[in-house]
Design a protein around this ligand. Structure first.
Ligand code: PGA
Ligand code: ZN
Length: 422
């Protein structure tokens, strides 16, 4: 069914980090208005599509998005208003052509992704389906993903000395999405009590995970295992498993990884990961090595690729060409999927297709800067990725994604969907 655009509008709002972002609204024929809130990263990859920010130091330290608002209300609205599109792909092609740059820097990846997500909602509204249903048939059979809750944070998300960015729990063995969300919340509460009991006063990281003063990643993983058990769950690959986002690009310089002050070569770090995988129920390591260390990634994949999912985030930036290159070299076996890293929903689906055809897992993800927009929950369900990360099961902008999964499960069409990893 064709979608006719009446107008495109944007306003500058705040994201969860107190930084400006965009709220986009699209009025479609018939008068319905669909909206999108634009996420933004802190530990952004070097190959990401480029956001348009004002750079005016007198407002929000240069982070304002009034130029992006002007681009949407001006040029983008003028180009799209009154036009009809037969598909989201055709709509996104028009956006990409209008921008005209390979990295979306002219109109801004933040502008484009907001308009694209709103349009995806517009197509679903025009056909009278739930958003997740609009993705059915594009990739894998739909299913509820295993939520990966970031409950213990370090790196740039926290002010502590812990170098690993995210320590996550994944209730792989839960029977339903509702039970998985319950496990996440109960383990989060158990971790809070454990930290309190051990005198580890903790701040919260940007994604709602606790940020206790720890230095060694193994100490963080021990706490996770203890919290899982304290909440009455089984820490294990079949029960509640662990995942880490090392975000290693940040602690890599001049060929050396520095963890808690100790230098590691790529091979030292690979050996340390192997030990961790033997000791803890780790099912996935994200950005285990830096985005420039492709030779290291080859050896990491050879060493651990048949035991754990090795996911690239900064490594790939949801970029179809970069993923294709890595597939050729046998680097990693899973890919973080973040629509704003590439700039449109259609290109995100294209990246997911390349992954699927190569046998790489897809791990749909939020950003550290979020709004209550729960688009990624629908995306993960409709494309059947089996994996989603949206931060801690606390803070409104994170919970919105998990709550959306619960709402889909409670809806008529959602009841029949199964839960779990693919
Ligand atoms: P970002 O971090 O959203 O700040 O890039 C999240 C991640 O690294 O997965
Ligand atoms: Zn990451």
């Amino acid at each position: 069914m064709a979608l006719t655009i009446r107008s495109v509008r944007a306003v500058e709002i705040l994201d969860s980090r107190a930084r400006p972002t965009l709220s986009v609204s699209l009025e479609i024929a018939g008068g319905a208005v669909v909206r999108a809130g634009v996420p933004a990263g802190t530990s952004t990859g070097a190959r990401e599509a480029v956001e348009l920010r004002d750079g005016d130091p007198r407002r929000y330290g240069g982070q304002g998005v009034l130029r992006a608002v002007a681009a949407i209300n001006g040029e983008i609205d003028a180009a799209l208003a009154g036009r009809s599109f037969i598909s989201l792909a055709a709509f996104d092609d028009a956006l990409i052509a209008l921008d005209g740059t390979p990295d979306k820097s002219r109109l801004g990846a933040n502008s484009l992704v907001g308009v694209s997500i709103a349009a995806a909602r517009g197509f679903a509204a025009a056909t009278g389906t739930a958003l997740w249903q609009a993705f059915v048939g594009r990739l894998d059979f739909p299913r509820f993903p295993v939520p990966h809750f970031n409950i213990l944070s370090g790196g740039v998300q926290a002010l502590t000395a812990l170098d690993f960015q995210e320590c996550m729990i994944a209730p792989v063995g839960a029977p339903t999405i509702a039970e998985a969300v319950r496990a996440g919340a109960e383990i989060y509460a158990a971790l809070r009590s454990l930290l309190h009991g051990r005198g580890l006063v903790a701040a919260l990281g940007d994604e709602g995970g606790f940020a206790p003063e720890l230095r060694q990643p193994e100490a963080a993983l021990e706490l996770l295992v203890d919290a899982i058990a304290a909440a009455g769950y089984h820490p294990g690959l079949e029960g509640v498993a662990i995942a880490v986002d090392a975000a290693a690009t940040r602690f890599f310089a001049a060929g050396t990884y520095t963890i808690a002050g100790e230098p590691h070569s790529s091979d030292d770090l690979i050996a340390r990961y192997s030990e961790m995988v033997g000791r803890f129920p780790i099912r996935l390591i994200e950005d285990g090595l830096a985005d420039t260390d492709w030779a290291g990634w080859e050896r990491l994949t050879a060493a651990l690729g048949d035991r754990v999912e090795l996911a690239g985030d900064d490594l790939f930036c949801t970029n179809p060409s970069t993923i294709a290159l890595a597939v050729d070299r046998g680097i990693a076996n899973a890919v973080l999927i973040k629509p704003n890293q590439i700039g449109t929903v259609s290109e995100t689906l294209h990246a997911m297709r390349i992954c699927r055809d190569a046998g790489y897992r897809r791990f749909v993800a939020h950003r550290s800067g979020e709004t209550p927009d729960a688009f990624i929950a629908d995306l993960a369900v409709g494309t059947g990725t089996g994996r989603l990360k949206a931060g801690a099961p606390a803070r409104g902008e994170r919970v919105a994604k998990y709550d959306r999964l619960l709402q889909i499960a409670a809806g008529d069409a959602g009841c029949g969907l199964t839960y779990g990893l693919r």
